[in-house]
Design a protein around this ligand. Structure first.
Ligand code: PMP
Length: 415
């Protein structure tokens, strides 16, 4: 126990990370900001803020359609960001990375463009009990439209997925096996490799929701061999309103467009329209150009720190936080998964999670309280809400220590 209770040493490449995020210098309610709400959204490094400012002040123009210099520069910067993401995820080809508004839009795109044309009434979509609403509701909508059935694999009381149950539920009628990689609510890391391999062996396509894992772990879509993987830029130190989707090119090629409009067409006439190849086919209209460029710079930022360095450090910090929380008077952890990344949920005996969050805010500490867009998961634990602490690469043990001291005050008030 003592090793996980001792604070982690900050590696060399992370020592100055806090200085890269200007917001971390501000005060909240007269106290230095302690930002522990990274599963809701991460803060932005100066390099990302500068890239967005530079785009609007130096390069602003619409992409893909212009012959003038600004348009050419903006197009090059946006497409370079796609390339950075493709390399970051180790996609086989840049065309396998599609820009969307984020993980939510990516799941909806896959539901409409890939799964819906495949399903007959009675076919099944498989998910887990710990999904974010973004990986539940699009499937419920699809089931309403098509008569397909949403199957939900159970979880254990400690917050681990019942992987044997999940694998046994992949059957002849399963049209998609989907799972969240890391739970944004309770931090469980799911054995997605096993899910992907088992589904593949039965010829079932896979979707991984990497919205919460992409900011914490190394992701290699070729090694994983998944068919689709979705993520959001704002949880990866990039602007809001931009995110993406990795899709296996052989599947993307056969998919219908998600939205119609400019930039996704080959030719339009009133007799009929033909579409561009991926990724353009799935990117109708003027995109979030500044966001895409910012996302590319966010990827550069993480690469400059080193993904393995970040992952190792964070895994020590989250263990430290979980141990301290577990031993904090009045605190009850919700979920103690075998493998955890990024987030810890807890409740306190007499204080509602919203009260905990409000009191911590007076101390300058930002955490989240609520159902974290995982209402079925809350129901599974027989609660309506938790308080959630979630870390990123700029957090340190002092942040956790400040949290623990403030929770002692909450406990004294309500306990
Ligand atoms: N899945 C998970 C696991 C998430 O944590 C989130 C965001 N909290 C989403 C999906 C949806 O992401 P967004 O709201 O950015 O589309």
């Amino acid at each position: 126990m003592t090793d996980t209770l001792s604070p982690p040493t900050i590696p060399e490449s992370l020592k100055k990370a806090r200085e890269d995020f200007p917001i971390l210098k501000r005060e909240v309610n007269g106290k230095p900001l302690v930002y522990l709400d990274n599963a809701a959204s991460t803060q932005k490094p100066q390099s990302v803020i500068d890239a967005v400012t530079r785009y609007y002040s130096q390069e602003n123009a619409n992409i893909h359609r212009g012959v003038h210099l600004l348009s050419a520069e903006a197009t090059a910067a946006y497409e370079a960001a796609r390339g950075k993401l493709a390399r970051y995820l180790n996609a086989a080809d840049e065309s396998e990375v599609i820009f969307t508004r984020g993980a939510t839009e990516s799941v909806n795109l896959i539901a409409y463009s890939f799964v819906e044309p495949l399903v007959q009434p009675g076919d099944e979509i498989l998910i887990t009990h710990m999904e974010h609403h973004a990986n539940i509701v699009p499937w419920q909508l699809l089931c309403e439209r098509t008569g397909a059935i949403l199957k939900v694999a159970p979880i254990f009381d400690n917050g681990d997925l019942d992987i044997d149950a999940y694998l046994s539920m992949i059957g002849p009628r399963t049209k998609l096996a989907a799972a969240v990689h890391v739970s944004n609510a309770i931090g469980t890391v799911n054995p997605i490799e096993r899910i992907i391999q088992a589904a593949k062996a039965k010829g079932v396509p896979t979707l991984i929701d990497a919205a919460q894992s992409i900011q914490h772990m190394d992701l290699d879509v070729q090694a994983l061999d998944c068919d689709f993987l979705v993520f959001s830029g704002h949880k990866l130190f990039a602007p809001t309103g931009i995110g993406g989707l990795y899709g296996r090119r052989s599947l993307l090629d056969g998919m219908r467009p998600y939205q119609g409009g400019g930039d996704m067409i080959a030719h339009v006439s009133f007799d009929g329209t033909t579409y561009k190849e991926p990724p353009s086919r799935f990117e109708a209209g003027t995109p979030h150009i500044a966001g895409g460029i910012g996302l590319g710079v966010a990827v550069d930022y993480i690469q400059s720190i080193g993904r393995n360095v970040m992952q190792d450090y964070e895994s020590q910090l989250i263990k430290y936080a979980a141990n301290r929380l577990k031993n904090a008077p009045g605190v009850q952890l919700i979920g103690e998964p075998t493998h955890r990344a990024g987030a810890i949920s807890f409740t306190m005996e007499n204080a509602h999670p919203h009260d905990i969050g409000t009191i911590l805010d007076t101390e300058g500490i930002a955490i989240r309280s609520g159902h974290h867009c995982c209402e079925p998961l809350m129901t599974r634990f027989d609660i309506s809400a938790t308080a959630r602490v979630s870390i990123a690469l700029y957090n340190n043990h002092e942040d956790i220590d400040a949290l623990i001291s403030s929770l002692a005050k909450v406990n004294a008030l309500f306990g």
